[in-house]
Design a protein around this ligand. Structure first.
Ligand SMILES: Nc1ncnc2c1ncn2[C@@H]1O[C@H](COP(=O)(O)OP(=O)(O)OP(=O)(O)O)[C@@H](O)[C@H]1O
Ligand SMILES: [Mg+2]
Length: 239
């Protein structure tokens, strides 16, 4: 099972949108894919029409953090979601590394692709997903400071000598009509191998799909956003 973790220092840059839409592209290509919503904001649940968990898990108390509620099938063939748990008061619902490893092992035979949707930030959550062999994918908005933040993220992951992890970025929310964006994206990509060549345009479709609680390939099949996420998945799956 391949594991892709969508993460970033910055919030609101398109992690969840990419996680859900890349997983959808994989499912539509015939793979068994599951998105694990690790953010108590439960946005990946929202985008897939799945309800988050709002009650404590069946095993209460000390063991509460040692379980998850299991995957839920979505209306899309081949796409499941492990719902976010919004019952914790603070922090992410991300379990400790060992628990994450146990859950990943349990799901291993069930899916060909596990997509993790992380909350913003660099912390133990990122270390945990790296520990289970996830490849990390980081959306970068087209600005110099966002690229700087991506570099800081890469440095954070590289600090763990045990981690042989690939961190790759892609440009997100690119306005193709803004010459400044287009030039910036082209310049930066040219010099770097850790930034993918696919970029995701800023589109109204993406906001509308969010209102409909559907991935873009379902809400707007054949649209430019669905095509961009399909390209992103193909590029990620090629290497
Ligand atoms: N390419 C895009 N075009 C237009 N709107 C977008 C695009 N990508 C994301 N959005 C919108 O921007 C908002 C933030 O996106 P998203 O929730 O995916 O970011 P995030 O990085 O997961 O945020 P958070 O850090 O809160 O988890 C959402 O309302 C989403 O619909
Ligand atoms: Mg998110």
């Amino acid at each position: 099972m391949r594991i892709l973790a969508f993460a970033a220092v910055k919030g609101g840059v398109g992690k969840t949108t990419a996680a859900v839409n890349v997983a959808t592209a994989a499912a539509l290509s015939g793979l068994r894919a599951v998105v694990w919503d690790l953010d108590p904001q439960a946005a990946a649940c929202h985008l897939t029409g799945v309800e988050p968990v709002t009650q404590p898990p069946p095993r209460a108390g000390l063991f509460r953090r040692q379980t998850h509620h299991g995957a839920v099938r979505t209306s899309i063939d081949g796409l499941s979601v492990i719902p976010a748990d919004t019952t914790f008061d603070s922090g992410s619902t991300l379990v400790h590394s060992r628990q994450l490893a146990r859950i990943v092992a349990a799901e291993h035979g069930n899916y060909e692709l596990l997509v993790l949707d992380l909350p913003a930030g660099v912390d133990s959550a990122v270390t945990s997903v790296v520990g289970v062999g996830a490849e990390v994918v980081v959306p970068i908005v087209p600005s110099m400071l966002a690229v700087r933040s991506f570099d800081q993220f890469v440095d954070f992951v590289d600090r763990d000598p045990k981690a042989d992890t690939r961190v790759r970025g892609f440009f997100s929310m690119v306005d193709p009509m803004l010459a400044r964006h287009a030039a910036f994206v082209d310049d930066l990509r040219a010099g770097r191998r850790d930034i993918l060549s696919t970029w995701i345009p800023e589109t109204v479709e993406i906001e509308r799909a969010c209102e409909k609680r559907q991935p873009v390939a379902i809400a707007f099949p054949g649209g430019r956003s669905a095509a961009a996420f399909s390209r992103l998945w193909r590029e990620l799956s090629r290497s």
